[in-house]
Design a binder for this molecule. Structure first.
Ligand code: UD1
Ligand code: UDP
Length: 366
């Protein structure tokens, strides 16, 4: 990049779910000739939680990596803030773009706002109304200070309206996570991933990492019991997030002959697994959305979701641990639709270019 030209846009990413959301926005801004930089906070740092996404999704190498690593909420958020303040003071970008609801999102939004640099929030307005989730606090605060709010679903518009956000700042653009999914659809190879992981034709994918499911030993034990009952019926493949590894192992989830615990998967491998699954059991935000578009039945082990559109327009259903085994059993005896299920409005693969159009106008490059 030509260092004489001022940077117009800085993207801040840090954790796994940020990368598939940022990729289409970075690409679309690049196509418009907007001068941009990408910062990685280092919140996630394992090869399988970070680097693999940069390679597979065509994200540019980060211009800076703050390498903050893991820590308490305050420790991690504070380290990101200190690192970003140094960079933003030195470069004074015209706009800082943040994604989703992780600690890096909140930290970047706070630092930029206090320096008088406008913030754009991609995935604004989602609400679980459960303030015991760290993500809900991150969403509320980030939206409060953002200048541009990019909403992925109509319910988000309602929430932002109810909170008194000026509608002129809110843009309903669709879902960039789904841009990434649709752009890579041709790479999702079910037979290949089944062969690589020695999976039978019929299997269930599980991903679990929410503190409410895996942190407390009692919750981990209940989850283990529920998954063992599912495994009585069907093989489970579980790409295990590092957060749950110790607690679920201690609860005796594995080793188990019908629970295949594997490392976190690359994006292409993971979506290949999901595409071929009879059902997905999850507490992930992104996975509720991806299953919706792929038409794969999704059972979400949570009491509420900030993504209700995946229930009203998709395949998602909220279940308790007690309900899980019966819900899987019911899915195993029903046929998945071949195609033609309804998808949420504007989840059409063009969210990145809609976002880029608004941003380019905002920074005077449109
Ligand atoms: C974070 C987000 C969560 C998101 C999830 C996606 C916050 C508050 N939470 O949760 O919203 O759904 O990412 O994956 O921002 N670890 C590793 N290697 C890594 C990263 C983490 O081993 O590369 C381990 C560390 O032990 C760490 C733990 O995972 O303490 C949790 O990591 P952290 O980033 O704090 O939160 P997540 O649970 O990953
Ligand atoms: N993902 C992946 N490999 C995995 C698990 C997840 O590539 O083993 C991808 C998937 O696209 C998912 C995204 O990472 O939507 C973010 O997932 P995560 O569950 O970590 O975060 P959340 O969406 O819950 O914040």
């Amino acid at each position: 990049m030509n260092s004489d030209v001022p940077v117009q846009v800085v993207h801040v990413t840090g954790a796994r779910p940020n990368f598939p959301k940022a990729a289409p926005v970075v690409r679309a801004l690049g196509a418009r000739g907007v001068r941009q930089r990408l910062i990685h906070t280092g919140q996630h740092y394992d090869e399988r939680m970070s680097d693999v996404f940069f390679r597979q999704l065509g994200l540019p190498e980060p211009d800076e990596n703050l390498a903050v690593g893991s820590g308490s909420h305050a420790g991690q958020t504070g380290e990101v803030m200190v690192g970003l303040e140094r960079l933003f003071v030195a470069s004074r970008p015209g706009l800082v773009v943040v994604y989703g609801d992780v600690n890096s999102t909140l930290a970047a939004a706070l630092v930029a706002t206090k320096l008088g640099i406008p913030v754009a929030h991609v995935e604004a307005g989602l609400r679980s109304f459960n303030r015991s989730m760290p993500e809900e606090i991150n969403r509320l605060v980030t939206d409060r200070v953002s200048e541009l709010l990019f909403a992925t679903s109509p319910d988000a518009l309602v929430h932002l309206g109810n909170e008194g956000v000026d509608p002129a700042r809110v843009h309903f653009v669709g879902n960039p996570m789904i841009d990434t999914l649709l752009a890579n659809l041709h790479l999702f190879d079910v037979p290949l991933v089944r062969q690589q992981l020695s999976l039978p034709e019929r299997y269930v994918v599980a991903t679990l990492h929410r503190p409410a499911n895996v942190d407390d030993p009692g919750d981990a034990a209940e989850l283990t019991k529920a998954l063992h009952t599912v495994a009585d019926q069907v093989l489970i493949v579980l790409p295990l997030h590092p957060r749950g590894r110790a607690s679920l192992a201690a609860a005796g989830l594995f080793p188990h002959p019908r629970i295949r615990v594997v490392e976190p998967q690359g994006y292409v491998e993971f979506l290949s697994l999901v595409r071929g699954a009879r059902a997905v059991v999850t507490d992930s935000g992104g996975v509720q959305e991806e299953t919706t578009v792929l038409g794969v039945p999704c059972l979400t082990l949570r009491a509420e979701t900030e993504r209700p559109v995946t229930i009203s327009h998709g395949t998602n259903r909220l279940v308790t641990r007690e309900e899980l085994a019966e819900a899987v059993r019911a899915l195993l005896v029903t046929q998945r639709p071949a195609a033609g299920w309804p998808t949420p409005p504007l989840w059409d693969g063009r969210a990145g270019s809609r976002i880029a159009e608004v941003i380019a106008r905002f920074v005077g490059a449109g």
